[in-house]
Structures are given as C-alpha cells and as structure tokens.
Design a protein around this ligand. Structure first.
Ligand code: AMP
Ligand code: GLY
Length: 428
C-alpha cells in the first residue's frame, strides 16, 4: 500500500519511521516533509493546507491511506474533502476537529457531558471579560478561542496582567480572529500528562501516557514552546488513574461526540492536569502530540498501519490490546538559539550521523540537506529519542547522542524527565 503523510516536523518523521515498519507498506510520500524524512520517504512539495492539491496527488498516485499530522488541515476540513472524493484518510473531520479548533466549543462540550475540566466563562466583549476579572481569585488562565500556534493560553497572576492579556487578544487582535472570543478559566494545580488515544468513533484505545516539557528552559522556566522534550510512559498514570481517565474522560468524550452526531476517527489527544481531585482536561487536540509522538511511537510494537486502517474502517473494537516494548523512551529536542521567538536558520550541523538503532533515533524537525551539509531550518531542529529498560538509561542514550551533534547556538533542556527520576529516587 502507498501512504501519504502530511506535515513536516519531528512528529511526522516519527510517524513515517514507524509506518515504514509495516509489511503492508510499499512506499511513503510526505507533504512537504523535510530532509530528514527525505532519507526514508519521498517528499513532495505540497503545503499541508493545500487540500485540493493533496487530494489530486492522493487520487493520481493511488494512495491507500493519507495520515494527517498537524491540526491546520484537519480544522479546515481535509478529511471531509478526501471522504467526498472516496480517498481513505486518517483523522477527524472538520466538525470533530473543532474539539481543538475552538476552545469555546471544546469547553462547552465538556460541560455538557460532565467531563472534568477547569470551571470557566466565555466572553466575546473585552469590557465584560475585564469586568469579570475584578472579582476573580488569581491566578486564572485566559485562552483565545481559536488556534494560536500554542501561544493562546496565558496564566495571569493579577488584574493588570489579565487586562493586558484580554486587550492583546480581543482589542489588538494579536492572534487575529482566534481572539474574537476568549475563555477565562480557573487555574488547576498538579502535574501535566498527555494521553493520546486512537478511536474509530465507537471504541477508543489509549496509548501509553507521556509528559511534555513546554517551557524553553530547565526547571520549567521561560516562555512556552511547542515542546522541548517528552518521555513515555509516566509513572504518574498507574492502573487506577488509567481507569479513571478511561471512565471519566475518554469514554464519555466518545459517547458525547456520538450524541452530537459526530463520528470522531483518528487520534484524540487529551492534555490533562492530574489534580488532587483527579484528572482534569486542560485541552483536547485532534491529532498526535509533538514531541510526545517521538517518545511514544518507538515503544509501540503493534503495527501502526493496521491500527489506523481499523480506525478508518470502524473496526477497532474495544477488546483490542496494544503491544508495547517494556521500558522507557525519552525525546530531547535540540532547538535553535532564540526559539520560540526569533532564530536563525541555515546554521551548519555537524556530527549528524544516522544514529537510528535500537536505543536511539534522531527525528528531524527543522533541518535541510544542502549537498552533503546538514543545516538548521527551523526553531525545533531535532528530536533525539533514547530507548532502554528504564527512563534513566533512555535519557543517557539521548544525551549521549546530543553530545555528538553540534550546531552554533544549539539549545536543549538538560532536565527532561528529571522530575520523574527524582520521584523514583524518593520512592526507593
Ligand atoms: P492549553 O493550550 O489549553 O493546553 O494550555 C497551554 C498550557 O497552559 C497547558 O499545557 C498548561 O501548562 C497551561 N494551562 C492551561 N490551562 C490551565 C489551567 N486551567 N490551569 C493551569 N494551567 C493551565
Ligand atoms: N505537545 C503538545 C502538542 O502537541 O500540542
């Protein structure tokens, strides 16, 4: 079977790498991909948002399944368009993707179906939102309704910060129309966990839990990024918590979507806060997480293409079990100096051999190969994933590989998984 993967980051490299292991796969195309992906797949120069051209390509090349990485094309209705043309595609349709595309829709959905989440109010007039903030207990979290490239949620600690954030979103239109409406919600305390689950709209099967590291600097300091590293699984999500997540979050979400007349096929990503009173949803995403996917997929033994086809054909079944490698995986992101704001590209990378083996994989996020020279080509440059029997060993593999890779201004967090390691030490 021929596959088309849409997207160009580390997540898509991990998807292509994993899908390539399936015996059913003859060839993988990636649109637009990157030079790292180009080592194992054929990159084609079509942008993820160019739905018509992607459909034409899939039709012309008899693609057996298209897999969508980023949220943009999903919220724009790529799945609806492919289905209309009878092309098989893995991902939720436009209506289903609203669960990520609109915070207001997502929060109101959770409220309606009693899915645990932070208490919230919705505003579409700035003065009313500011008025509301006169009487709240800080901190609160202010979120732009629409997609804002991971920058649309701001924790504010006092009235002045709240006013400024509301003005930025609703009056200065910092995020364009994404800020026409906002959600103000109470601040939840706890530890964050990412749960990705595959669903055919009827059954839902969770993958192993993982944890992202969103802030740019060690110790969770500095601005939020797309993610500086992740590890899998987390010790936080034990059997009891898994059951809670399944019974109070995943199953009610699928049941609620069905009641709304929505058949959600694809990956449902739940960003959770594990609070004293149980897991609560911070956000839903309608796709694989990045960098989580780079830590989760290397542990998955089950054929990913089989799973995806079962989801698309609504044959997932609730009894299906996923096979996982015993042990841990840890992905450390190497980023360009200045990320997540301004950074240079075109910086020479040395030491970038093909490390891919049983204990280490290098997933490319922003690289380009010019002749024989690898150059940086984005904020997040590489995802270096180590795998071994425990988290400490997995991290050792990742950091050892990182020590061999050099580019000017390379930035990476040195404390990926450190909180989890500390916990194991304290528990012993
Ligand atoms: P979101 O885009 O909704 O996932 O928010 C981005 C980040 O903001 C999350 O990963 C959390 O770190 C933080 N955050 C969002 N909502 C809350 C909340 N209600 N309480 C505490 N932190 C939050
Ligand atoms: N790692 C967070 C995300 O993919 O949105």
């Amino acid at each position: 079977m021929k596959l088309l993967v849409i997207g160009s980051g580390g997540r898509e490299h991990a998807l292509v790498w994993k899908l390539k292991k399936s015996k059913k796969v003859d060839k993988i195309f990636c649109a637009p991909g990157n030079s790292g992906i180009g080592q194992i797949a054929k990159c084609i120069n079509i942008k993820p948002d160019n739905i018509t051209e992607l459909g034409d390509f899939a039709h012309r090349n008899k693609i057996g399944l298209t897999i969508v990485g980023p949220e943009g094309p999903l919220t724009k209705g790529i799945v609806d368009e492919f289905q209309r043309r009878r092309l098989k595609i893995f991902g939720p349709n436009r209506k289903a993707a609203k669960i990520e595309g609109s915070k207001v829709v997502s929060k109101e959905f959770m409220k309606k179906y009693h899915i645990p989440t932070a208490a919230f109010r919705v505003f579409n007039v700035a003065a009313e939102a500011i008025g509301f903030c006169r009487s709240v207990e800080f901190p609160v979290v202010i979120k732009a309704d629409g997609l804002a490239a991971g920058k649309g949620a701001v924790v504010v600690r006092n009235f002045e910060q709240a006013t400024k954030t509301i003005e930025n979103m609703m009056i200065k239109h910092l995020f364009g129309h994404a800020g026409d409406k906002i959600v103000i919600e109470s601040f939840l305390k706890g530890e964050e966990v990412s749960i990705m689950a595959i669903t055919d709209g009827k059954s839902i099967i969770p993958f192993l839990s993982s944890q992202d590291h969103k802030q740019v600097y060690d110790g969770d300091r500095g601005p939020n990024t797309g993610g500086m590293g992740a590890y899998c699984p987390t010790s936080l999500v034990d059997e009891y918590l898994s059951e809670q997540i399944r019974d109070y979050i995943l199953l009610p979400t699928i049941a609620g979507l069905q009641k709304e007349g929505i058949t959600y096929k694809g990956i449902l990503y739940a960003g959770l806060m594990i609070t004293e009173s149980g897991p609560k949803v911070l956000e839903f995403n309608c796709r694989f997480g990045d960098p989580e996917t780079q830590a989760v997929l290397p542990l998955l033994k089950t054929d990913l293409l089989d799973l995806m086809l079962a989801a698309v054909n609504q044959k997932l079944g609730s009894g299906r079990r996923l096979d996982w490698l015993q042990g841990s995986a840890a992905c450390v992101i190497m980023a360009s100096k200045g990320y997540p704001t301004k950074y240079r590209t075109g910086v020479k990378i040395s030491g970038l051999k093909n490390f891919s083996n049983d204990t280490c994989h290098i997933f490319h996020a922003g690289t380009v190969l010019k002749g024989n020279q690898w150059l940086t080509n984005g904020g997040r440059v590489l995802g270096v994933t180590g795998i071994d029997k425990d988290l400490r060993q997995a991290l050792n593999h990742a950091y050892r590989a990182i020590n061999k890779i050099r580019f000017e201004g390379a930035m990476y967090r040195r404390d990926i998984g450190a909180k989890a390691l500390k916990k194991t030490v304290n528990q012993v």
